[in-house]
Design a binder for this molecule. Structure first.
Ligand code: ATP
Ligand code: MG
Length: 671
């Protein structure tokens, strides 16, 4: 293995093969690179590849890590190393052992939409719908409790408003999921902890196999993830974690900064290595990042430096409104890219909704882009409907999937049918899918609908049988979508025609993703496909652009950009209330917002452009905005405050002042 490209501290970490090791270092100092080289070094020291487990934060990071490890070793060896996210790793464990906890091994994973629907239903049934307690809030609190390994009883004892109600909903929610052989995202981790705690002989098998553990982005792990690793590491404690306390940005989701700051308490005798040389950014960018983050009180002080030269000053660009800002971003990129090097650019937003105007503008101005994150392809209604149909085939007890598609496409199963079905389900406790041919139901609904439901029931049974035998899942899915006349149904469900056509294209695109899966996994099953789908996280859902492939500008949230780097980064919407986000400020989380801004800044290698608008549309009102306080906190010497026009065609300071004065005169804010 070549060690030429590691500095002495990195080298020391790569060579420290046994015992607990913490690599605590700032952005771009090569933490992820150390993990990759350490894996290669373990192999060089005859550690069997099967014994290595490396955990990353997103699927995208896992994929990249796998590729980079394969580059250092032979692909055959690399393939045997487990590189996964916590969730994907736990799914593998549960697939084999979940029956020991009373679930079926063909369990399916509940999506967010399912979770909310279920919570809403439980709260309604228990007559617990309260003002100020939306299903979203309840779900968030339940999820928080699960990530902290708290049971409903723990919750009951808490000093929260409605603690008793919440505990009851939590308890019911867990019970209902289990009845349907459904697990949610938090369960993937929580049930694995339960399995390993309750079944020591199972834990022993895993300890025997995974003898070298490595975790990237450790600052964003939560209590349940820590528990998992403590259990798996056992007294051998061969665990190496890398992270940066300044980049902890998932506190709102239960991540516990204590995990990294108290690593030495959880794993006594841990060795700690620090890195200070940054290999990513110019010194101006780094200096700005250092100065900004030094405003946070609770942190371990570090000082990053780099040999990448001084670099260009940062630009802070004042735009009129969000359209002006999007136009500026498009024009800046068009000018700098030379019309070809699009992949050098990333545009980062604090909130997912900001991408809409940017997307519209980029399309209009012909800037090729890929959107990573939220409202993307896999969250579209028509795609989720197809997924529910497949989930119901896979897991006959999945009532939520059934209710979602019982009348998609319309087969005369309206509200009356659904109410009757639910009623029967409550009386008999049977999965709703089994009740589709129940006489009491069929007699209560019109003959046409009854016939349709009986046909649907038959078709599901046939499909289950069919999918259980080997063969392309693409061909089978296509066959059963045809059988339920799904594509034809789109025209009936969606108006105008263009909308239906767009959705048809999306479904066809989805089918081609299945065909790709078949090609890559000739022996793949429907269960495996659904799993990959469910484990897609918001951070790696990508809008695919057929015309440009990978050569495109990346548009994404700052959260999704963690761990990545780009030559030119534009952060848009640098306004008070947007970045820092108002809700976070209200909850006293300004420090986490500042860390998020630090993550954004440190993604840039050569150029960093920050823009803000003087007014912005918020719902149906246009409101005046103030620049983000983070802009004021940047070192004045490293930043040029400017305008869109001048940022694109630089001019003298006097010109800038004149232009700014002119623009302010034009615009009279009305609060
Ligand atoms: P982040 O905190 O953002 O996750 P990181 O600490 O994981 O960053 P890496 O992504 O591993 O940092 O490395 C940052 C960049 O520096 C990468 O392009 C990497 O290849 C490069 N790099 C790291 N160490 C060295 C080195 N010793 N010599 C040359 N390049 C290096
Ligand atoms: Mg990294």
């Amino acid at each position: 293995m070549s060690t030429a490209k590691l500095n002495p501290s990195q080298q020391a970490a790569v060579e420290c093969l046994d015992g607990p090791l913490l690599l605590l270092a700032g952005a771009g100092t090569g933490k992820t690179r150390v993990i990759i080289h350490r894996i290669a070094n373990l192999i060089r020291h005859d550690v069997p590849p099967e014994a290595i487990l490396a955990v990353t934060f997103t699927n995208k990071a896992a994929k990249e890590m796998r590729e980079r490890v394969a580059g250092l070793l032979t692909p055959a060896v690399a393939e045997k190393i487990t590189v996964n996210t916590f969730h994907a790793f736990c799914v593998q464990v549960l697939r084999r052992h979940i029956h020991l906890l009373g679930y079926g091994n063909n369990f399916t994973i509940a999506t967010e939409g399912y979770q909310k629907g279920l919570i809403r239903e439980i709260a309604t049934q228990l007559n617990m719908v309260r003002e100020g307690c939306s299903p979203n809030l309840w779900l968030a609190l339940i999820s928080r409790a699960k990530s902290a390994l708290e049971t409903p009883d723990d919750m009951r004892r808490k000093e929260l408003p409605y603690a008793a109600d919440l505990a009851t909903v939590y308890q019911q929610y867990q019970k209902r999921l289990q009845q349907m052989d459904l697990v949610d995202f938090d369960d993937l981790l929580g049930l694995t902890v339960r399995l390993w705690t309750e079944q020591p002989q199972v834990l022993a098998q895993y300890r025997e196999r995974y003898r070298y553990l490595m975790i990237d982005e450790y600052q964003d792990t939560n209590a349940v993830q820590l528990r998992l690793m403590v259990l798996l590491a056992g007294s051998r404690a061969n665990i190496c974690v890398v992270g940066d306390d300044d980049q902890s940005i998932y506190g709102w989701r239960g991540a516990d900064l204590g995990n990294i700051l108290e690593f030495e308490t959880h794993f006594p005798a841990a060795r700690v290595i620090r890195l200070e040389q940054n290999y990513r950014s110019t010194n101006r960018i780094l200096h700005a990042a250092n100065v900004l983050i030094s405003k946070n009180k609770s942190r371990r002080v570090k000082n990053l430096w780099s040999e990448e030269g001084q670099g260009e000053k940062l630009l802070a660009v004042c735009c009129l409104d969000e359209h002006d800002e999007a136009n500026f971003a498009a024009e800046y990129i068009l000018g700098k890219s030379g019309g070809s090097q699009w992949q050098r650019f990333a545009v980062l937003v604090r909130a997912g909704h900001q991408t809409r105007v940017l997307e519209e503008t980029f399309r209009k101005r012909r800037v090729p882009y890929v959107l990573v994150g939220a409202n993307s392809f896999y969250q579209r209604k028509e795609i989720l409907d197809v997924i529910s149909f497949l989930q119901l085939i896979q897991n006959p007890r999945d009532n939520l999937a059934l209710l979602r598609i019982i009348n998609v496409p319309p087969r005369g199963a309206g509200e009356v049918t659904v109410d009757k079905l639910r009623e029967l389900g409550q009386i008999s406790g049977a999965p709703l899918g089994e009740l589709l041919t129940n006489n009491a139901l069929l007699q209560a609904i019109p003959a046409d609908s009854a016939r349709n439901l009986a046909d649907f029931h038959k078709l599901l049974a046939e499909a289950r049988h069919d999918f259980a035998t080997p063969g392309c899942i693409f061909t089978k899915t296509e066959k059963y979508l045809k059988a339920i006349r799904y594509i034809e149904g789109l025209a009936q469900m969606y108006k105008p025609r263009e909308d239906a056509l767009q959705r048809r294209d999306n479904v066809l695109e989805f089918l081609s993703s299945m065909a790709e899966f078949d090609q890559r996994n000739p022996a793949g099953t429907l269960g495996e496909y659904l799993e990959i789908f469910a484990l897609h996280d918001a951070n790696d859902r990508r809008e695919k652009d057929r015309n440009t492939g990978d050569n495109a500008v990346t548009l994404m949230t700052v959260h999704a950009a963690k761990g990545l780097e780009y030559p030119v980064v534009l952060v848009v919407g640098m306004e008070q209330g947007l970045f820092p986000n108002q809700m976070a400020l209200d909850e006293g989380n300004e420090e986490e917002e500042r860390r998020l801004c630090y993550v954004a800044i440190t993604r840039a290698k050569q150029e960093l452009v920050l823009s803000y608008a003087e007014r912005r549309r918020v719902m149906n009102r246009v409101v005046a905005k103030r620049p983000s306080k983070f802009l004021d906190e940047l070192p004045a010497d490293d930043v040029v405050f400017t305008t869109p026009k001048l940022a694109i065609a630089p001019a003298s300071d006097t010109d800038i002042k004149k232009y700014l004065a002119q623009m302010r005169a034009q615009f009279k804010p009305q609060e």
